[in-house]
Design a binder for this molecule. Sequence first.
Ligand code: NAP
Length: 328
Amino acid sequence: MSGSRLMRAVRVSEFGPPSVLRLCSDVAAPQPGHRQVLIRVHACGVNPVETYIRAGTYARRPALPYTPGSDVAGVVESVGEGVTAVKAGDRVFSMATETGGYAEFAVAADQSVHRLHAALSFLQGAALGVPYFTAYRALVHKAHAKAGETVLVHGASGGVGVATCQLSRALGLTVLGTAGTPEGLKLALSNGAHLAFNHREEGYTQKIMEATGGRGVDVVVEMLSNVNLSKDLQMSAVGGRVTVIGCRGPVEINPRDAMAKESSIIGVILNAATPEENRECAALLYAGMEAGWLRPVVGAQYPLADAAQAHHDIIECLGAAGKTVLIV
Ligand code: NAP
């Protein structure tokens, strides 16, 4: 592919509100280097962290200008030297594009590029990477969840929540999910949750405790710890593990709640996963695509030109209903 090829891509030239996301049509398409894959992007997942980075409030600030986005699904356009696992024409997904996913073409390291099963659309493929790898990291690598245990997916209606419900069910857990709207509750129930509770309803934690016979939950996968961490510790069973996935600020807890049940609070950050851990996860996810229990739910969809609206909505709109995706 010629180095002068131009593509459409969303660019950020200054940190700020969603309006700093600008669609440009004259961005130089990247080229794959050693052990890199060039992907013709069909769809790109929008993750909340991309809004924090764009705003300039996140610990990591990329050099400007940059193209946001890491989760893409598409077709391999070409491969760099040393790539053997995929070839031009393969349907793939990646959660770690290096040049940005809100673009027609993106480059990713070959170890982060995985085959997309024919049963999944490109839109579903764009909902796979960060959500499912995070769910797996929290449940398996961090909480060491075992079949027969009970998990509370606190925030079960969004990208990571739906993934966690599907994976938890496949792992043989009893799955309790929460959502903030009737649609979200339905979504949790149709994606693996045995029971669903409304986290905007007064007294819902009491109902969760009743559902466990007063014993509490073994594992919590928490999407909004700054609101829920104290409640999670109170709902924990003896030896429970609370995994912190999402957090938008500080929170006060009573450490006695952890002491009394010898429960643990475990931070989860996907970027810390090793290549071996990611390989293990990718193998399980592909098995899930083959077996049919892994079926990402695509929620709000936007054309690339409306990336700013997508950033606004993913933070401001109440009521997630699956994964937010950009169609490229
Ligand atoms: P998303 O699709 O926007 O979903 C957000 C979820 O949070 C929805 O299920 C929403 O439910 C729920 N929520 C809202 N208010 C809540 C409350 N009071 N209690 C419990 N849940 C509540 O976002 P996502 O992609 O699933 O990501 C979720 C969080 O995890 C984000 O903060 C993201 O930045 C973070 N994350 C972290 C990692 C990591 O490596 N640590 C990786 C991926 C994501 P309703 O809309 O139905 O109310």
